[in-house]
Design a protein around this ligand. Structure first.
Ligand code: MEV
Length: 402
């Protein structure tokens, strides 16, 4: 990841047809033109992955490492810039589907999108507050003081331009005096969970003094409503395969808007791409999942699709919006291989990464809706499944599979 790194095209025609060693050589060679660091190129040439000694330092009770294929989704263009998107996922066709849909969107100029400033929320839960409704007033009066206490707990973030921005209070249950105090914290290019938790714990004693009652939980909220990302894509009916295909995508979107059971599957398809990229890019994908589904459930009619498609005169237009708490520094981004993945993705920081992930989700959704409203997904799946069977048969020396 760097702003001064050369940005390679994400359009690598015929990449999937080349043998594995050629694909690795092509990507590792990006180091020669400044598109990848020499360390990342060496890591790729060495087969990638995680050595057990490093794994042992990352978790408890380690007995080995678990592998996933690391692949590249191609063709993604977002806000006029190309991104190679690393994906770690076991499900066949996730990478191919996102790449194919990104190619269709690219024909119309690519995705556009934006992300909110990186404000995360710390929650301090207090029970037994005698004057719960008066708590809001007290918080208004002492908000700056609480932010100053929080800032003192994260001096390095404050030095980098981040820090506590505001404090507020919501009454959860006036009868029992349950309130939650929330601090908005600018976490810069980090995902920010540790910083937010640090602030929550640092301000809690003063909150107890101010409000009375008993402080209970002090933790971030994974519903990162102040940190959403959006992406938009247009695709011509011609690129989709004709007017009937465009109509089919829109009908599929409408189905998800009308039916929660379908919305869950629709959103699963979106998260197929986002999670796969998040894993490869060292992100806390459980946090992204938690935020996405909680956000989807905030709709007036209950759980709803995160992305929708509408017909235009010439084709379809799709939009997606979801919370996207991701980082390009700290946390999981220090894990081996994640630097290489971030360099390939070529994002200038967390906000750009958030938009890229939203675009990946929209691409995954388009691919699914196009397939489902046309020939169905089984044909494509079965082709890939057959290839896997061939490969495992070849490995164990079996000539034919049933
Ligand atoms: C399969 O992993 C994902 C899909 O079910 C998504 C969808 O139905 O939209 C194909």
């Amino acid at each position: 990841m760097s702003t001064d790194r050369v940005r390679p095209s994400s359009r690598l025609a015929g990449f999937y047809q080349r043998p594995l060693d050629e694909r690795v050589a092509t990507i590792a060679a990006l180091a020669d033109g400044g598109g990848l660091s020499p360390e990342s190129a060496a890591w790729l040439r060495g087969g990638g992955g995680l050595d057990v000694a490093t794994a042992d330092r990352m978790s408890e009770n380690v007995i080995g490492t678990a592998g996933l294929p690391l692949a590249l989704a191609l063709n993604l263009r977002v806000n006029q810039l190309d991104h190679l998107v690393p994906m770690a996922v076991e499900e066949p066709s996730v990478v191919a589907a996102a790449s194919a849909a990104a190619r269709l969107v690219r024909l119309s100029g690519g995705f556009t999108g934006d992300a909110d400033p990186p404000i995360m929320t710390a929650q301090i839960h207090v029970d037994g507050v005698r004057d719960a409704t008066g708590a809001e007033m007290i918080l208004r009066e002492h908000g700056r003081e609480l932010c100053a206490i929080g800032d003192r707990a994260i001096p390095r973030m404050v030095a980098r331009g981040g820090g506590c921005r505001d404090a507020s209070c919501r009454v959860l249950d006036a009868a029992s005096g349950a309130v939650v105090v929330e601090l908005g914290i600018d976490v810069g290019d980090a995902m920010g969970a540790n910083m937010v938790d640090t602030v929550a714990e640092a301000v809690a004693p003063r909150i107890a003094e101010l409000l009375g009652g008993e402080v209970a939980l002090r933790i971030l909220s994974n519903l990162a409503l102040r940190r959403k990302a959006r992406a938009r894509a247009e695709v011509s009916a011609e690129a989709l395969g004709g007017a009937a295909c465009a109509d089919g995508v829109v009908r599929a979107s409408r189905f998800a808007e009308l039916d929660v059971a379908r919305a869950a599957t629709h959103n699963k398809g979106i998260m197929n791409g986002i999670d796969a990229a998040a894993v490869a890019l060292g992100q806390d994908w459980r946090a992204i999942e938690a935020g996405a589904h909680a956000f989807a459930a905030l709709g007036v009619g209950g759980y709803r699709p995160l992305a929708t498609w509408r017909r235009t005169a010439s084709g379809v237009v799709g939009t997606i919006e979801l919370p996207m708490a991701v980082g390009t520094v700290g946390g999981g981004t220090r894990a081996p291989g994640v630097r290489a993945a971030l360099e390939l993705c070529n994002v200038s920081g967390a906000r750009e990464l958030a938009v890229v992930l939203a675009a990946v989700g929209l691409a995954s959704n388009l691919a699914a809706l196009r397939a489902l409203s046309g020939e169905g997904i089984q044909r494509g799946h079965m082709k890939l499944h057959a290839r896997r069977l061939d490969e495992s048969a070849a490995r164990v020396g079996v000539k034919e599979h049933p």
